[in-house]
Structure formats: C-alpha cells, structure tokens
Ligand binder design. Structure first.
Ligand code: GRF
Length: 212
C-alpha cells in the first residue's frame, strides 16, 4: 500500500474529503506550515499523525523547504498531496518529489492560475468555471493535468456561492485522482501529459447557460 503525506495551511476540507474517501493507501501524516490550521484538528480526530513546520521560523524559502522535505521524508511518501497548502515551493523541492507531488487548484487551468480565482472568473463573466488536480512542476499551477470538474456560473453568483459550488467538486475529484495514483492507473506520458489507463472517455457536455 502506498504512503501518502498531505500538506495543508488552513481549513482542510479537501484533506478531510481524502481522509473520508477510504482510499487504498496509508495516510501517514498531515503537515501544516501554520500551527493554527483548523485541518490539524480534523486530522488528529481521524488518528492521523500531524506535524507543524512553521514557515515563519525560517529565514528564506530554501531553508523552509529543506526542513519541510526532511519531515515529509520521515514518512517515506509515495505521493505528497497539497491540499490548500499556501506556500510557493522552490524548484529544488518540486524536483525532489517529481511525479509524486500533486495539487488541487480552484479553476479550470490553465485559466486563472494564482489567487482569487472565483472573483476573477466572475469579473470576466465566464459561464463555466471549475477545479483542477495536477502534478506540481516548477511552473506554478501549470503542471500536467490529471482531472478537472466544470460547474456552471449562475447569473446571481457571488464569490462565495461560486466557491462553494467549485469546492463540492474539489471534494469529488481529489479523492478520485489520489485513488488513480494509489492503484497505478495514471502515467506521466511524453510532453508532460497524463495518461489514464483503462478509462472510457465521457461523451457529455456542460453547456452554460443551458440550451432551450
Ligand atoms: C481549495 O479551494 C483548494 O483548491 C485551494 O485552496 C482551498 C483549500 O481549501 N488550493 P481546504 O483547506 O481544502 O478547505
């Protein structure tokens, strides 16, 4: 069974979805860069080891990432899962976990990388928005895509209502992506593309607003 380490910074709802998904893996630890991350309590309630590596205790990104990697590697992870981990990682860190570091981002990448994705989507008037699970590379929010979920944007959406609709889908696609990794159903193919073995292509479209 593969070992998984999850990194969080706050609420931890994606982490919770992973803990509750009964994945065929051993969730070895949850690590946060903030001691006050609410997700730490949820992890502890599930009996998962937790650790805090506070970024404020380190002079620069490099020394923080080195300390973080040292703690992560104690758990011999096959997969490292970023679940709302709000630190930009150094190229050295990303390279160390190449092919086994994944992230969830609240937009349909490559659109809206970075912060404030829902506000920017609303500002642009897009009719379809969503979320993406991807491998992490040194190119922020631009690694090979594993799975995406699209949701309609409603006429009266606020940042909060849109975020909630996207978050519901995050909680569905992240466990699926980790399950595929745990069962070796994903392969990183040439040109940085993810190949999903044994999957049928779906044939439905999300049209927003709907046709009449
Ligand atoms: C999620 O929207 C995730 O996509 C983004 O940060 C948020 C974390 O939420 N990377 P939570 O801590 O998992 O509840």
């Amino acid at each position: 069974m593969k070992n998984i380490v999850i990194l969080i910074s706050g609420r931890g709802s994606n982490m919770q979805a992973l803990l509750e998904a009964r994945l065929p893996c051993n969730i070895a630890a949850v690590i946060s860069n903030r001691a006050d991350a609410e997700g730490l309590n949820i992890a502890q309630a599930h009996g998962i080891h937790t650790a805090v590596i506070a970024h404020r205790d380190y002079a620069d990104r490099g020394s923080f990432d080195a300390a973080l990697a040292k703690t992560i590697d104690r758990y011999n992870p096959d997969i490292v899962v970023l679940a709302g981990f709000m630190r930009i990682l150094t190229p050295g860190f990303v390279e160390h976990y190449r092919g086994r570091l994944i992230n969830i981002h609240p937009s349909l990448l490559p659109a809206y990388s970075g912060l404030d994705t829902h506000a920017r989507a609303l500002h642009d008037g897009v009719k379809i928005h969503g979320c993406t699970v991807h491998f992490v590379t040194a190119d922020l929010d631009h690694g090979p895509i594993i799975i995406q979920a699209a949701v309609p944007v409603a006429r009266d959406d606020t940042e909060q209502t849109l975020a909630a609709r996207v978050l519901r889908e995050e909680h569905r696609i992240y466990p699926q992506a980790v399950r595929w990794l745990c069962t070796d159903q994903i392969e990183l193919g040439g040109q940085g593309r993810v190949i999903l073995k044994c999957r049928k292509q779906i044939g439905t479209a999300l049209i927003s607003p709907g046709l009449e």
